[in-house]
Design a protein around this ligand. Structure first.
Ligand code: NCD
Length: 309
């Protein structure tokens, strides 16, 4: 594996290997000293041209816990704000001997483009409304652990409902691609105005009726209403959105036994998800965050190699 640009590039064997190694990495969370020598001497540059809390911090932790030298660059502090092109910035940093770039960019396709210019490995940490493969991997990791706790961690035969602002979401596309490889049934739920064009060709069931699927799903994954990407009215009022598409206390009560709740964060509490649901005992939201570090350690390990001590 040279780059991780799309969840669709992963074979079942590769995805499973990333999840399995992440499981081994997960053990480090319980140690007082969180340090492995695995990536000693390797340099990872995190380039975030868009805001981030969990993705950036967890990539930095993942690198540091494996002893890589991690460097953070944001658009504001780099020469891109002086007008340097992305290509020149990438070539400059690549020429310094960088081993891996972790890139988040506001334009769909920008990360794949950057990967074509450099010698180093590249991980897509979110490109526009396109993809966010490590998010889908950490979701799968948290879901698999939840299923395992219930006695059977197979994805086949599971129903995952992904609900909300699918139009602006890179998380949904990566999840659809990865969950298809893993064997789940994915049902997409959104108002007609928030469905991506061409969604019929994604090979999933699509509905506007959340109530029709809420009690069928093994996993209900709520997505954030991405107001910063919305130019215009996509739904009449926030209250109506919550009534039709929110994980309200009423819908929470209708989840089937053993079902769990996911949300990639950041959440709009009270809009797409109620606090009752976000903080419920069957909410995996903080498990997803914890999984983020382990899965990103595994991804860096798969790309950069190193000793599996
Ligand atoms: C997501 C993102 O940035 O794509 N968040 C994340 O990485 N945890 C989803 C979002 O912004 O709503």
């Amino acid at each position: 594996m040279r780059h991780l640009l799309s969840a669709g590039d992963l074979s079942l064997a590769e995805a499973t290997s990333i999840l399995d190694v992440a499981e081994e990495m997960h053990a480090i969370q319980d140690r007082p000293i969180k340090k492995l020598p695995t990536l000693r001497g390797r340099t990872v540059i995190n380039m975030f041209f868009e805001d981030s809390t969990r993705t950036r911090t967890s990539f930095e932790m993942a690198g540091k816990w494996m002893s890589a030298d991690t460097i953070n660059i944001s658009a504001k502090g780099s020469s891109t704000s002086k007008g340097e092109s992305l290509r020149d910035t990438m070539l400059t940093l690549d020429a310094m001997g960088t081993d891996c770039f972790v890139i988040r960019h506001g334009s769909s396709g920008a990360v794949a483009q950057a990967a074509s210019w450099v010698r180093a490995h590249v991980v897509n940490a979110g490109d526009g409304t396109h993809e966010h493969p490590t998010q889908a991997l950490l979701d799968a990791f948290a879901i698999r652990r939840h299923l395992r706790a219930g006695g059977d961690d197979a994805f086949e035969g599971r129903t995952i409902a992904i609900v909300g602002d699918l139009l602006h979401s890179r998380v949904v596309r990566s999840n659809v691609l990865l969950q298809r490889t893993l064997g789940s049934r994915v049902v997409l739920v959104a108002p007609p105005t928030l469905l991506p064009t061409g969604v019929e060709q994604w090979g999933c069931e699509v509905t506007n009726d959340f109530d029709a699927v809420v009690d069928e799903a093994d996993i209900v994954m709520m997505l954030r209403v991405q107001r910063e990407r919305m130019h215009g009215g996509f739904f009449p009022t926030a209250r109506e959105y919550t009534e039709l598409y929110g994980l309200t206390p009423e819908r929470l009560a209708r989840l089937r036994p053993g079902a769990a709740i996911c949300h990639p964060g950041p959440m709009n509490r009270g809009l797409e998800i109620s606090s009752e649901a976000a903080d419920a005992t069957n909410s995996l939201i903080l498990d997803q965050v914890t999984a983020g570090v382990s899965v990103r350690m595994s991804v860096l390990y798969h790309l950069l190699g190193g000793s599996p001590e």
